[in-house]
Write a protein that binds this ligand. Structure first.
Ligand SMILES: Nc1ncnc2c1ncn2[C@@H]1O[C@H](COP(=O)(O)OP(=O)(O)OP(=O)(O)O)[C@@H](O)[C@H]1O
Length: 249
């Protein structure tokens, strides 16, 4: 059973500001996450990856507070072992066999080699790639590579899974397959997923947060997000209209 303080968010960024020189990437943003899938939407450059970097401890905010699993994010140590991360552009070791690569990812997260090997097989089963265990990473298709990267990100069964555009570049079949993997994983974990694909939001999210220019434009349940489209049912238009107003919903 996963330890969790009932009622408190699993992760929280509170009034977080991040500046890169004169550019304000996050402007006093507050976002929390609880079990299930929270989707982070927003245009290119909105600040999504910067927020993920803050949750990972890779980016230290100029001001504000970040908490993950009851503590401050740290680049190393035990909190890191309870977090999984799929970067936007995963760089997998091309000359590794798929099973080796996933085992290695588990070992890096603190599993001993034999446990990592067992966990690696389970992680590959999760993404339906066991039959390619012996292939070299470079022999996989783009979609398979992304599924292998998800296996590597989840091999240590993290309680918090941060996914930066996991569906980018996938064909519809692969997207549905990856979406199902994420939904299943979120049964027992807290997932934050950055994406630009509105269909995926509706299919997989419990909660939607829309970010633009480092501030929140919308934060609510998926039903409230889809209801924005009203009688027209045009979710894309409703989503785009969020950027015309300068207050969060
Ligand atoms: N290391 C950095 N140095 C300088 N500027 C940065 C750095 N990282 C991000 N930025 C800037 O911060 C802003 C937010 O970037 P971020 O990558 O968080 O956006 P994003 O919402 O993830 O975008 P995308 O959807 O394109 O991935 C952008 O203007 C980006 O250029």
């Amino acid at each position: 059973m996963r330890s969790r303080v009932v009622g408190s968010p699993v992760f929280a960024a509170r009034n977080v500001t991040v500046r890169f020189g004169r550019l304000v990437a996050l402007d006093g943003i507050s976002v929390t996450g609880s079990p299930g899938v929270t989707v982070l939407l927003g245009p290119n450059g909105a600040g999504k990856s910067t927020l993920v970097a803050c949750l990972l401890g890779d980016q230290v905010p100029d001001s504000g507070e970040v908490e993950v699993l009851g503590g401050r994010p740290a680049k190393r140590g035990s909190p890191q072992r309870r977090i999984g991360w799929l970067p936007q552009d995963p760089q997998l070791p091309q000359r590794f066999r798929v099973a080796e690569m996933v085992t290695y990812a588990g070992w890096l997260k603190g599993l001993d080699w034999s446990d990592a090997r067992t966990a690696g097989i389970a992680a590959l089963e999760r993404v339906d790639l066991v039959d390619r265990s012996a292939s070299l990473v470079k022999e996989l298709s783009g979609g398979m590579r992304r599924r292998a990267a998800i296996a590597a990100a989840t091999v240590h069964e993290p309680e918090v899974l941060l996914l930066d555009e996991p569906m980018a570049g996938l064909d519809p079949q692969q997207r549905i397959a990856v979406r199902d993997v994420i939904a299943r994983y979120a049964d027992t974990a807290t997932v934050l997923m950055c994406t630009h694909i509105l269909q995926d939001v509706v299919a997989v999210a419990n909660r939607v947060v829309v970010v633009d220019h480092g501030v929140v434009r919308f934060d609510g349940a998926t039903e409230a997000f889809t209801a924005l489209s009203g009688r027209t049912g045009d979710l894309e238009a409703a989503y785009l209209s969020l950027f015309d107003v300068r207050t969060s919903a």
